[in-house]
Every structure is written in structure tokens, then in C-alpha cells.
Design a protein around this ligand. Structure first.
Ligand code: SAM
Length: 378
């Protein structure tokens, strides 16, 4: 794919952009197969390819530059490089980034200067849904410039009419973590609805959501196919986020429980379940709990017939692997963004054998990917 920023050496985030896309996919497929096959040689389904451009639903822009002339993009040393026209973003997101830069300039928000540790506006985090509606988050160092944003909400609505949810996140620390724990909502709406296979997943500002909506649809559909074929009466979705997997496997004859560490993600998942009219107990129910995945087996009564796990890059806790290995769980769906920790966890659960697997390319032009594996008790 062509990228002017890469060609001018302004951005190197897409580390394999010069490799033709087919070859990128082959390489990822080979990498995940080499790591997973020693644990059971599953049948590999055709990899799910992504669009090569316009696939990212989220922009995490560092704000730099000066009052009246901000840059939105990355830092080159202490200087900002503007990447508003990054080809990975869909058109509504690009349009919003231009309008937001104008807003920042007109309201005279003070970009944060990393070298001098001065200034206020650190990041702009923008998420777009398939209908082009937006969640816009300003990450500020303190509340000092919050009134400026609050008082300019009419201008923001005029410049970015697609903004449904607007908030300010406070990150007082001078550190690499983009956002802080405090979020201040500036709109009545607190959730962006991400429609995935017709299910309107509610997403609040601080909840995780997969980066590539089109490939996420295929991921949830794949998991739903595997669950349908296994036909379990009970399912746990561990690390459930805003409930994408759990809500895709809801069935009148099944009880589904999702657990997740983030209270905010759990609140979003509950809102979606409510909006779909799903009960929270008994057959047909989908229930969500805030819990540490490693503690869930002790915190919930009974054992599910099927478990879905979708952990962060670090993989599953040793104790969760040990529990899954010794439990009567008959099937598991393991969705991973890191085949190395996936392989480590498979080695810890030798009774759960990979039977089918699929690479899903959420992150073209980088070494990242998602891989989903169906496990069956041997
Ligand atoms: C890769 S994301 C997957 C989210 C969700 N399954 C989805 O499809 O969007 C991993 C999730 O695990 C959550 N998480 C991190 N540590 C956790 C823990 N110890 N217990 C439960 N959830 C955790 C994160 O908040 C995040 O939502």
C-alpha cells in the first residue's frame, strides 16, 4: 500500500508496509501455525484478510505543535509529526481529525510539550462506528483548560457534527500510558454504538474495543459458528470486554456469563444485553460480572460446558490454565493477539487439543494479528 508519510520517512508504524499484502498474510499464517501446530495440528481455515486501507476504527493522536497550530499524530523526539491523513483511517475519521485540529486551534488549547513538561492537551482519541458516528476524547494534563472545551461545545458540534460522545480524560502523570483513570463526560450520551453483525455493542470511553470492525465481525461470527456446532448449555466468556463474544453466542437454550476486570466495560455489556431484551438469569440469559478472570472459577457457581477466553497479550494466568485443564469444560475458544503466549498456554492445557484454527488479520502492515482456536477435550 502507498503511504506518503512512510515514503517521506515521517512515520514507520506500519513496519511491513513494503511487503505485498498477500505475503504479509502468508508470513503471519506461517508464524501462528509454527507455534500452534505442535500442540495438536488443528485444521486451519482460510485466513481472514482485512481491507488494506481505511480499516482502523480508532485514532490515538499525540497533540503537539503550538497554540493555534497543533499537530495531531506522533512525536519525533519532542516535535510533533502530523498524521491526520494516515491511510489506515476511514474517511469520516480523517474528516473528524481535520475538524478537531481546527477546533483545538480556534479554542486555543495548549498542546502538551513533552520536553518542557508544559501545556495541557496531550492526546486526542477518536473512535468511529460503521455509521460514521464518533466518540471524541480529549486527554488533558489537568482540568485547567476543561472550561474552554466545555464553553465551546457549540463550536465542536458545528465542526464535528458526527460526534455523539465527547469526554475529557485526565492524565496528570508524565508517563507513556496514554490515558488516566478519570473521565469527564461532556455530552448527554455516554456510549457509542458499534454495530457488529447487527448487534449494537455499547462502548464507553474507557472500554476496550477491537481496532478493526470488519475483521471483528468475522472473529465473532467464527466463534459463534464453533459454539453453535458444539451446542453447549452454558458458556463463560472470560476477558469479555463489552461482551462481543458473549452476545454473539446468546441462545434461548443457553446460559451465558461474561466476566471482565473493567467495571465500565461490564456496564456497557449490560446495557447492550438490556437493549437486546436478554434476561440476566435462566435459559436464554446473558449476564455480565466485573471480575478477575483468574478468580472467576472460584467466584461463579458451577462449570460451563464451553469457555471463551480472549486475554490481553500476556495470555492466561497459570492458575486459569490449571483450572481449565482440570475442569470438565468440553470445548474452549481461545482468541489471542499473541501466538507465543497462546502456545505457552496450550502447553499448560494438554487435555484441550486444538481442532480448528483461523488467522484473522486485524492489523495489516504490522506484525500484529489475531488468531482464534477451537479446543476440544481429548
Ligand atoms: C483483548 S481484550 C478482549 C475484550 C473482548 N473479548 C473483545 O472482544 O473486545 C482483553 C480484555 O481483558 C480485560 N482484562 C485485562 N485483565 C483482566 C483480568 N485479569 N481479568 C479479566 N479481564 C481482564 C481487558 O480490560 C480487556 O477488555
Amino acid at each position: 500500500m502507498e503511504c506518503g508519510y512512510y515514503d517521506r520517512d515521517l512515520c514507520r508504524s506500519c513496519t511491513v508496509i513494503e511487503v505485498p499484502y498477500e505475503r504479509q498474510l502468508d508470513r503471519k499464517q506461517r508464524l501462528v501455525r509454527d507455534l500452534v501446530d505442535p500442540h495438536g495440528a488443528p485444521r486451519w481455515l482460510e485466513p481472514v484478510a482485512s481491507a488494506e486501507a481505511g480499516f482502523r476504527n480508532k485514532a490515538k493522536m499525540v497533540v503537539a505543535g503550538t497554540v493555534g497550530a497543533p499537530t495531531l499524530g506522533i512525536l519525533d523526539g519532542a516535535r510533533g509529526t502530523d498524521l491526520r491523513d494516515c491511510p489506515l483511517y476511514p474517511e469520516p475519521l480523517t474528516r473528524a481529525l481535520h475538524a478537531l485540529a481546527e477546533f483545538v486551534a480556534r479554542v486555543r488549547l495548549l498542546p502538551y510539550d513533552v520536553a518542557r513538561r508544559r501545556g495541557e492537551l496531550k492526546h486526542l482519541l477518536v473512535t468511529v462506528n460503521p455509521e460514521g458516528r464518533l466518540m471524541v476524547r480529549f486527554v488533558l494534563r489537568s482540568t485547567r483548560q476543561l472550561p474552554k472545551i466545555r464553553d465551546s461545545m457549540d463550536l465542536l458540534r458545528e465542526l464535528v457534527p458526527a460526534a455523539s460522545v465527547v469526554s475529557v480524560n485526565l492524565q496528570p502523570e508524565h508517563k507513556a500510558v496514554i490515558e488516566g483513570p478519570e473521565e469527564i463526560l461532556l455530552t448527554e450520551r455516554s456510549e457509542l454504538v458499534m454495530s457488529v453483525n447487527g448487534i449494537g455493542l455499547r462502548v464507553r470511553p474507557r472500554s476496550f474495543f477491537q481496532t478493526n470492525t470488519a475483521v471483528t465481525e468475522r472473529l465473532y461470527a467464527q466463534a459463534a459458528d464453533w459454539v453453535r456446532a458444539a451446542d453447549p448449555a452454558s458458556v463463560w466468556d472470560l476477558y469479555c470486554g463489552v461482551g462481543g463474544f458473549a452476545l454473539h453466542v446468546a441462545d434461548p437454550a443457553r446460559e451465558v456469563v461474561g466476566t471482565e476486570i473493567s467495571e465500565e466495560a461490564v456496564a456497557s455489556a449490560r446495557d447492550t444485553a438490556r437493549s437486546l431484551g436478554l434476561p440476566d438469569s435462566g435459559p436464554g440469559s446473558v449476564r455480565f460480572l466485573a471480575d478477575d478472570a483468574a478468580a472467576t472459577p472460584a467466584d461463579l457457581p458451577g462449570t460451563p460446558e464451553l469457555a471463551i477466553v480472549n486475554p490481553p497479550r500476556r495470555g492466561l494466568d497459570t492458575s486459569l490454565c490449571a483450572w481449565l485443564e482440570g475442569s470438565p469444560v468440553r470445548h474452549a475458544v481461545y482468541s489471542s493477539c499473541n501466538a507465543r503466549t497462546l502456545a505457552r498456554d496450550l502447553a499448560r492445557m494438554p487435555s484441550l487439543r486444538p481442532v480448528e484454527a483461523r488467522l484473522l488479520d486485524m492489523f495489516p502492515h504490522t506484525g500484529h494479528y489475531e488468531v482464534a482456536v477451537l479446543l476440544r477435550r481429548a
